[in-house]
Design a protein around this ligand. Structure first.
Ligand SMILES: [Fe+2]
Ligand SMILES: [Fe+2]
Length: 149
């Protein structure tokens, strides 16, 4: 496994959670539980991804622009997550805003896989890309713990 397949695994989980939340009933416990799971997943993934993957890509002259772009999108998503978290989940406004977040998440993970990973594969050594998996697997649960604290 390399960092690309590891990140893709999380992306697939995020795609699935977004779809599942869309089909929950407003105000249901199921929605609350899935939202809690997605929120922690998104924030822990983004933080570990920045620490392990984007920090390496940022250092490469041909990767800096892509890394900055993605980190900016992470910040935009965090903003919406915080807003959603402070709102009543049983309202139409929550559902509308959630759709916006889901749209951003889909766009972001598609873009990472289609545009960013190919650039990274050119500039990051393939051995390094394998080593990154262990670093990512260490950082992510630590970040998840911070989120749920
Ligand atoms: Fe990302
Ligand atoms: Fe990602």
């Amino acid at each position: 496994m390399n960092i690309y397949t590891r990140l893709k695994k999380d992306h697939d989980k995020q795609r699935e959670l977004c779809e599942n939340i869309k089909s929950t009933y407003s105000g249901s416990q199921n929605r609350a539980d899935l939202w809690e799971e997605l929120k922690i997943e998104l924030e822990a993934h983004a933080a570990a991804e920045e620490q392990v993957f984007y920090s390496a890509l940022m250092q490469k002259p041909d990767g800096t622009k892509e890394a900055r772009h993605s980190v900016h999108e992470h910040q935009e998503m965090t903003k919406i997550i915080k807003e959603l978290d402070a709102m009543d989940q049983s309202t139409d406004i929550w559902e509308k805003k959630f759709e916006k977040l889901a749209h951003e998440v889909m766009h972001h993970v598609d873009e990472e896989e289609a545009d960013i990973f190919p650039v990274a594969r050119k500039v990051i050594d393939s051995e390094r890309a394998k080593e990154m998996v262990e670093d990512f697997n260490t950082r992510k649960p630590a970040e998840a713990e911070k989120q749920s604290a």
